[in-house]
Design a protein around this ligand. Structure first.
Ligand SMILES: C[S@@+](CC[C@H](N)C(=O)[O-])C[C@H]1O[C@@H](n2cnc3c(N)ncnc32)[C@H](O)[C@@H]1O
Length: 307
């Protein structure tokens, strides 16, 4: 790439866009190296870019052209209302998971309003708080969206777990971008699925997870940019990609309160076996839900109250 001296921000974006064959990516690269936001760059299009910034931008473009996902190159990605810091120890948050988080947020709102209603009518309910667990939180995408988006007047606790300590470090960094009262809602725990949750037996209102669910044959077929850069522990699961889904579905009931809900993201072809499994286990109202591309993408079920 040849970029001349004395070049303005607008020209730099145009040149990088040709290299990357993507105008948005070129703009993000210039935002990243300059520390300027979209609006500020718009006001500075004709201003000269310092030479060292041009060199930094060229280096980022080189990495993208060599196949590194733009999200890791930028070290951040947007998820719902959050700009999440990311690195190679966490999965790049996906748009389908935004829908899963949105569903859970709606469910929490509904439950909080019902609780508030019951408390105001004084029907013997003496608690207002609700506890949610996000298993395998990665960058914290789901857990932190919940903490951010649920009205602060509702008393909620969000427990975010992961096997990977490195992933939890990323999630903790992202927690710091929330307002202080939202931050106080979240706690992190490290360990294998339910292992850190000994103190939460029959104590959780909603368990949500986007666990690894890619089978070995699908993993082998994944784009090189996924296989070479994203952590395998975040993607791959044995038994046709079902092992973690079934493990979570089998063990969640112990931690859920009566009427507690389990929400699991999975691949479209895993919906049917997962729905069947939940219906035969202790769940009622088992439903599948679509993602933004209208593919079935996650399931929800309520724990059946003991009769
Ligand atoms: C598909 S990623 C989801 C990350 C994040 N929740 C999201 O939706 O972007 C799965 C996450 O589960 C974690 N994980 C994998 N196996 C685990 C286990 N046995 N126990 C706890 N977490 C696990 C991975 O480290 C990874 O962060």
């Amino acid at each position: 790439m040849t970029v001349g001296r004395g070049i303005g921000y607008g020209d730099l974006i145009d040149l990088l866009a040709k290299e990357l064959q993507s105008f948005p990516q070129a703009k993000w690269v210039v935002e990243k190296v300059s520390g300027l936001d979209n609006t500020s760059i718009g006001l500075l299009l004709k201003d000269q870019v310092p030479l060292y910034l041009i060199d930094e931008a060229k280096e980022l473009v080189r990495r993208v052209k060599e196949g590194e996902p733009i999200q890791y190159v930028l070290e951040s990605w947007d998820f719902r209302y959050l700009r999440l810091a990311i690195n190679r120890s966490v999965l790049i948050p996906r748009p389908e998971t935004e829908v899963v988080a949105g569903f859970v947020i709606d469910e929490i709102r509904q439950r909080c309003e019902n609780l508030e209603d019951a408390v105001s009518k004084d029907v013997g309910i003496d608690r207002r708080y609700l506890r949610v667990v996000d298993l395998g939180t990665g960058s914290g995408a789901i857990a932190l969206s919940i903490a951010k988006e649920i009205d602060i007047r509702f008393d909620i606790e969000v427990v975010a777990t992961d096997l990977s300590q490195e992933a939890l470090e990323v999630a903790k960094t992202n927690l710091e971008t929330l307002d202080f009262p939202q931050q106080k809602r979240v706690q992190f725990m490290q360990g294998f699925w339910f292992n850190p949750l000994d103190d939460y037996i029959s104590a959780v209102d909603i368990i949500v997870s986007n666990p690894p669910y890619v089978s070995q044959s699908q993993y082998d077929e994944l784009d090189k940019c996924v296989k070479d850069f994203e952590p395998k522990v975040a993607l791959f699961a044995s038994d046709e990609g079902m092992s973690d889904l079934i493990y979570i579905a089998s063990n969640a009931a112990k931690y859920l309160k009566d009427d507690g809900m389990l929400v699991l993201e999975c691949a479209p072809e895993q919906i049917e076996p997962l729905v069947n499994f939940l219906e035969q286990a202790n769940y009622s109202d088992v439903e599948s839900h679509l993602d933004l591309s209208l593919r079935p993408r996650f399931v929800s079920g309520r724990i059946r109250a003991a009769s």
